[in-house]
Design a protein around this ligand. Structure first.
Ligand code: ATP
Length: 249
C-alpha cells in the first residue's frame, strides 16, 4: 500500500476552488514532484495533506490511517513532516533550539531532544552552527536548518515547499545532494513542490502537475515535461526549445 494516498481532494475558499478532485499517491521511500504555475494550488494541497486546512471533500490516508480530520500536530506526530515556503524559524532561538522543535515531536525529554537535534545537524553538515542565532545564518544554511527541523521529528515523509527558492546554482546542487542523502540513507519519502525544475527533474521518480487546482498530468519526469498539455499550462514553448538546443529532448 502507498505511504500517502490523496484521494479526490477538493478544497474551496468560499467560491474559489483551490484544489479540485485531486488524487495521487506517494510510495514508501519514493520521491514525487508536484509542479504547476503560480496559484495552481500546490501549497493549498500541502496544507490539506498536513492538516493545516480542513478539506472540503475527499480523503487523505497516511501510513494506512485516515488522517483527513486530524490536526497538523497530530499528523506530524504520525511521521508526516513539512517545511514551509517561508521558513518560520524563530530568530530569537539558537539553531539547535529550532531543530529541537522537530525532535520534541518524538520525545518529551529536553536532553533526548537536544541529542537528536545535534545528531540530525551532524548528518546535515550544520553541527558547527548549533549555537548561532537563526538571524546570523545565510539563506542556504537556514534552508538546512528547516530540513533538520523536519528530519529531527524522525518522519516517514517530508513535504518540501519550495526549498530551492532563493538559492544560487551551486547551493541548489548542494541541496539536491542533501535531499538524496535524506532519501537514500534515512529512507524518507519526499513530496516536493518546486519552481526550480532542475531539482524536480533530478530528484523525482514521478511528477504530478496541477493547473487551476486540477491534476492535468502525472508520470515519469522526462515524459511529463514533453506532455503538450504541461508545456501549454506551465513550461511554455521556450522550455522545450531550450531542451532541444541542449540536446536533452
Ligand atoms: N487561505 C486562503 N484563502 C483564500 N484563498 C486562498 C488561500 N490560500 C490560497 N488561496 C488561493 O488558492 C489558489 C491556490 O493558491 P496556492 O498558494 O495553493 O497556489 P500555489 O500553486 O502554491 O502557488 P505558488 O506557486 O505561487 O506558491 C490561489 O488562487 C490562492 O489565491
Amino acid at each position: 500500500m502507498a505511504l500517502l494516498q490523496v484521494d479526490k481532494v477538493t478544497k474551496r475558499f468560499g467560491g474559489l476552488v483551490a484544489n479540485h478532485d485531486v488524487s495521487f499517491e506517494v510510495g514508501q521511500e519514493e520521491v514525487v514532484g508536484l509542479i504547476g504555475p503560480n496559484g495552481a494550488g500546490k501549497t493549498t494541497l500541502f496544507n490539506c495533506i498536513a492538516g493545516f486546512h480542513q478539506i472540503t471533500s475527499g480523503r487523505v490516508v497516511f501510513d494506512g490511517r485516515d488522517i483527513t480530520a486530524l490536526s497538523d500536530f497530530q499528523v506530524a506526530r504520525l511521521g508526516l513532516a513539512r517545511t514551509f515556503q517561508i521558513f518560520q524559524a524563530s530568530g530569537d532561538l539558537k539553531v539547535v533550539e529550532n531543530v529541537m522543535v522537530g525532535s520534541f515531536m518524538r520525545t518529551g525529554s529536553r536532553t533526548a531532544a537536544r541529542k537528536a537535534a545535534l545528531e540530525t545537524m551532524e548528518f546535515l553538515g550544520i553541527a558547527d552552527a548549533a549555537k548561532a542565532m537563526m538571524t546570523e545564518l545565510p539563506v542556504a544554511a537556514q534552508k538546512r536548518v528547516a530540513l533538520a527541523t523536519a528530519l529531527a521529528s524522525d518522519p516517514k515523509l517530508i513535504l518540501l515547499d519550495e526549498v530551492g527558492a532563493g538559492l544560487n546554482p551551486s547551493e541548489i546542487e548542494g541541496l539536491i545532494e542533501l535531499l538524496r542523502r535524506i532519501h537514500g540513507e534515512r529512507g524518507v519519502a519526499l513530496l516536493l513542490t518546486e519552481h526550480v525544475l532542475e531539482m524536480v527533474m533530478k530528484l523525482s521518480h514521478r511528477v504530478v502537475v496541477l493547473e487551476s487546482g486540477e491534476k492535468i498530468a502525472e508520470g515519469d519526469p522526462a515524459a511529463v515535461v514533453k506532455d503538450p498539455e504541461v508545456v501549454r499550462a506551465y513550461l511554455g514553448d521556450h522550455y522545450v526549445k531550450r531542451q532541444q538546443e541542449n540536446g536533452d529532448a
